[in-house]
Design a binder for this molecule. Structure first.
Ligand code: CDP
Length: 246
């Protein structure tokens, strides 16, 4: 499918052509977002990678990162100063948008343990969130988007015509995290759910999909059926009509 316009007019309202995909760690949102983007010819955006890139950048420059309990205007200041100074820009690479710093995307570096620990702390800082949300909105200039994250349907694109909130039970998510060698996901989720700004919660108009025990294909079929209905695309065969919605 072709990318086309980045907005869509419905009843005189101009809506961003965005599929918002929110959910906790290991809920399957990365896999499903990439698959949806590929199927629809939309651009894939991993908003979490942007927060991770800032966490990595601060660690690289020895900017002190406090614990979540130590956050206050004084401890936040050096992080905000680093954010004001860094030279970061969005670049489209093979159908996905990534934040590059001084022309470099730290693809592997943002997946390390130290970044895992730092990222939910910096993601609590109001000015950091404001900056990230603004850059995430800038992404629409590149074309229609599938954007995954924690607050995409609530804060970044509240007018997105399609919103999902993916989840799976704690055991299934713990198993997936273990498979990836990711031990800090549950702790990050706890901090993300309890922060004041941009908390991890489903948008009221999001379709909540619990994919515990489902294959990727099964969940994909549920999501595509909803996308087709919401975007009034031609319907597909019976494989895409099996609902497993909570
Ligand atoms: O892949 P996973 O869901 O485990 O995490 P991620 O998408 O890589 O996001 C890493 C961290 O960035 C999250 O735990 C949040 O602290 C933060 N984040 C956020 O605050 N808002 C977003 N829209 C995306 C990520």
């Amino acid at each position: 499918m072709k990318r086309g316009s980045s907005t869509r007019t419905v009843n005189g309202l101009s809506l961003p052509q965005v599929i918002a995909m929110d959910g906790p760690s290991a809920s399957g949102k990365g896999t499903l977002s990439r698959k949806l983007a590929k199927e629809l010819g939309y651009i894939y955006v991993d908003s979490g990678a942007m927060y991770r890139t800032l966490a990595w950048h601060c660690l690289e420059r020895d900017v002190p990162i406090p614990t979540a309990g130590q956050l206050n205007p004084v401890t936040e200041k050096p992080i905000i100063a680093a954010l004001r100074r860094w030279k970061a820009e969005l670049k489209l690479v093979h159908g996905a948008l990534w934040l590059h710093v001084d022309g470099y995307f730290p693809e592997k570096e943002i997946r390390t343990d130290r970044v895992e620990r730092a990222v939910p702390v910096i993601a609590q800082i109001g000015k950091v969130r404001d900056w990230m949300v603004a850059r995430q909105r800038d992404c629409i200039q590149f074309g229609p988007l599938v954007m995954e994250g924690r607050d995409i349907g609530t804060e970044v694109f509240p007018l997105a015509p399609v919103k999902f909130f993916l989840d799976a039970n704690p055991e299934a998510r713990a198993e997936r995290m273990q498979g990836r060698g990711n031990s800090a996901g549950t702790e990050r989720d706890h901090l993300d759910m309890n922060r004041k700004k941009g908390a991890l919660i489903p948008a009221l108009d999001a379709l909540r999909v619990d994919n515990t025990g489902q294959t990727v294909e099964e969940t994909f079929a549920v999501l595509m059926a909803h996308v087709r209905a919401r975007l009034q695309l031609p319907t597909a065969g019976p494989a895409e009509s099996k609902p497993a919605i909570v």
